[in-house]
Design a protein around this ligand. Structure first.
Ligand code: UDP
Ligand code: MG
Length: 337
């Protein structure tokens, strides 16, 4: 862990993805800039316009004239929040990076709390909503169910209440930037990279302007994306079913055989049809499952995630710096030699 002095942010990057947020921008900048000013934070604010259909971009450009440290990224169309955030991460240069929503549901004042914890050595500080009462009953039931299924299937569990509102150290950002997979389930990615993390509670306010762009259907699609990106268990399920059917067919076959030997045939052909259907479908499923096992492996390889990530290296610089070392760690090592 670094000492206190070293962990002053020379620059804090704040990434805000925006999709049809023209009505929120003025209020957001008012509060955000005031907070940064009061606490003397040197920050760059990166707004990613994710193909908004309203005047979000014009509004942002107007603010750019007044605010020097504003960086604007205009995506060519709507790519979705997860990709908009990634675009922001690619641009960010700060040694700590905050991600927040543009609809004021993430209070800018909480950023100061985040920074306090980052200063004492936490690499990820994530916001946890103090209540979920703004969500309907059905939505919270379904999301609880999703987290239970996800965490039982995935090797890297995710914390249910942790969202995108968070501060990350440069080395975490560098690690995330190395994960270029297309299906970007950010919650899964955040937990996959690991590092020392801590949570901070914040109050979610009601969305004041516009409406949430995450409809139930979109949330469901995101849930599937998450499950499929972080688990190959569904692919392998066929092996279990197949093996079960095949075993069942064998037992049934033996049962019919002995019964026929002892009691004779009652319905001719029945036993052989049932047994062969079961055995064959069992074998087909088993084979499908085996394909699934290989496909799962191919999928893992294609994602080309880093093999591991290094938190810190003490004493020895690696002979080959290529593998798995976060770029910031490499920079530190280089600056030491
Ligand atoms: N957002 C985005 N692209 C999208 C959808 C949303 O950049 O396709 C942004 C949006 O402008 C906001 C944040 O992501 O800053 C969260 O979106 P929203 O408030 O609709 O989601 P919720 O708060 O319901 O999770
Ligand atoms: Mg919102």
């Amino acid at each position: 862990m670094k000492s206190r002095e070293e962990r002053e942010p020379a620059l804090l990057s704040i990434i805000i993805p925006m999709f049809n947020e023209e009505a929120s921008i003025d209020g957001l900048f008012g509060r955000l800039l005031a907070t940064l000013d009061t606490h003397g934070v040197n920050a760059e604010i990166i707004c990613v316009n994710d193909g908004s259909a309203d005047n979000t971009w014009d509004r942002l450009v107007a603010w750019r004239a007044k605010v020097d440290n504003l960086i604007l990224v205009d995506l060519s169309r709507n790519f979705g929040k997860e990709i908009a955030v990634t675009a922001g991460l690619d641009v960010a240069e700060g040694n700590a990076v905050v991600i927040m929503d543009g609809d004021l549901q993430h209070p800018p004042e909480t950023i100061i709390e985040f920074m306090k914890l980052w200063r004492v050595g936490f690499d990820i500080v994530y916001g946890v909503r103090s209540d979920r009462e703004h969500d309907g009953f059905l939505r919270s039931c379904l999301s609880n169910m999703f987290y239970r299924v996800f965490n039982s299937l995935s090797k890297t569990p995710i914390t249910p209440d942790a969202g995108d509102f968070r501060l990350m150290d440069r080395k975490v950002v560098d690690a995330i930037r190395r994960m270029r997979e297309r299906a970007r389930f950010m919650k899964g990615i955040y937990s996959w990279v690991g590092f020392k993390s801590v949570s901070v509670e914040f109050d979610v306010e009601e969305r004041r302007h516009g409406k949430s762009s995450f409809s139930p259907v979109r949330l469901l699609a995101l849930a599937f994306d998450g499950l499929l990106s972080f688990s190959t268990a569904p692919l392998k399920a066929a092996v279990l079913f197949g093996a079960f059917f095949a075993l069942f067919a064998i037992s049934l076959g033996m049962f019919y055989m002995f019964r026929t030997l002892l009691l004779g045939v009652d319905v001719p052909g029945y036993a052989s049809i049932i047994v062969s259907t079961l055995a064959l479908s069992g074998l087909i499923l088993l084979q499908l499952g085996i394909m699934g096992l290989y496909l799962g492996r191919i999928y893992e390889e294609v994602k080309a995630r880093p093999l591991y990530l290094v938190r810190d290296i003490v004493g020895k610089a690696p002979s080959d710096g290529s593998a798995g070392i976060a770029a910031s760690t490499m920079r530190q090592i280089k600056s030491l030699v």
